[in-house]
Design a protein. Structure first.
Length: 140
């Protein structure tokens, strides 16, 4: 495996593998076409990390995550979400406001009801990942 050296912000050098079959190649060849972390400027990485951190913080509340679980299946009104997660309307509305503020959900009005839906596929993918990582397999 050939080693390539890259200059770190503190002036140190860090070696990384560049041969085919390295973990970097495996991550890039999975269809995501993401550049290697070492190939990105620190400022871009800091921006990415900040956005990801904000995204994860918004999901990092049990009640909000439960709502997102249900919203992965279909759109729901506040009343439906109250019933599904067995929580008070005020608490559900507060958590939905946070999800909306963080742009994880969007709303649409039908008469006097407001329906919530996931804002984009990133949210669905993140929730599905949580389910794959933490959901117990069904009993045999």
């Amino acid at each position: 495996m050939a080693l390539e050296s890259s200059k770190m912000p503190d002036g140190q050098n860090r070696e990384r593998g560049t041969s085919a079959g390295s973990p970097v190649d495996a991550a890039i060849s999975d269809g995501s076409n993401l550049p290697a972390t070492f190939d990105l400027p620190l400022e871009a990485l800091q921006t990415e990390a900040r956005e990801a951190s904000d995204f994860l913080k918004a999901m990092g509340h049990e009640g909000r995550l439960l709502m997102l679980y249900f919203l992965c299946e279909r759109d729901h009104s506040v009343t439906e979400l109250e019933r599904l997660i067995m929580s008070r309307q005020a608490a559900v509305s507060q958590q939905l406001a946070r999800l909306r503020h963080e742009k994880l959900v969007t709303t649409r009005r039908e008469g006097n009801q407001i329906f919530y839906s996931l804002s984009d596929e990133r949210v669905r993918e993140a929730v599905r990942l949580m389910q794959r990582l933490f959901r117990a397999p069904p009993p045999i």
